[in-house]
Design a protein around this ligand. Structure first.
Ligand code: FES
Ligand code: FES
Length: 188
């Protein structure tokens, strides 16, 4: 067993884990972060995408021990004070989901894309999301949503714009204010 300490969605967790445990298993089975889903377990679909150390990562391709000492953000850490993050709101408003299974990963990857390219065109969105698959093939609306999110996050676009793409990579709504230290996780 290995001892890890990870900041997930603004809370600190310290746990003993098997060295072979995947980050996605740790998030779902130990922390109950079931908003992060497993679509393939082979690194192909992107459904399990989270942010690790501020960049997107497929959590089925990362060991939990590799997250030790790092900051992890899941889709569950994006909303703030009960209000959807602009990217979440844009996906909702543009009907950018059908079954919704790919959506958590799409949203997390979109945030990474917008941090790199705050005003992407359609091709850049498609390229930025090429590692994420939507089996419902809802790509048109997903591209539309990401471009809408870019508009919403543009400086001067209103209160939502304060939550810039860069800031969105560490969007912990609770930040350090009520960051809880927990030792010994629930057993999955
Ligand atoms: Fe991780 Fe498909 S579940 S890439
Ligand atoms: Fe069903 Fe994308 S909405 S997989």
């Amino acid at each position: 067993m290995a001892r890890i300490s990870v900041d997930v969605d603004g809370s600190r967790y310290t746990d003993e884990v098997e060295p072979r445990m995947l980050l996605v298993q740790y998030l779902r089975e130990r922390l109950g972060k079931v908003g992060t889903v497993v679509g393939c377990d082979t690194g192909n679909c992107g459904a399990c995408t989270v942010h690790l150390g501020g960049r997107s990562a497929k959590s089925c391709s990362v060991l939990a021990v590799q997250a030790d000492g790092q900051q992890v953000t899941t889709v569950e850490g994006l909303a703030r004070d009960g209000e959807l993050h602009p990217v979440q709101a844009a996906f909702h408003d543009n009907h950018a989901l059908q079954c919704g299974f790919c959506t958590p990963g799409m949203i997390m990857q979109s945030l990474d894309l917008l941090a790199e390219q705050p005003d992407p065109d359609d091709d850049q969105v498609r390229e930025g999301l090429e590692g994420n698959l939507c089996r419902c093939t809802g790509y048109q609306n997903i591209v539309r949503a990401v471009r809408d999110a870019a508009d919403r996050m543009r400086p001067g676009a209103g209160p939502e714009a304060e939550r810039t793409a860069a800031g969105a990579q560490t969007p912990h709504p609770r930040e350090s204010a009520d960051s809880a230290e927990r030792t010994g996780g629930r057993q999955g």
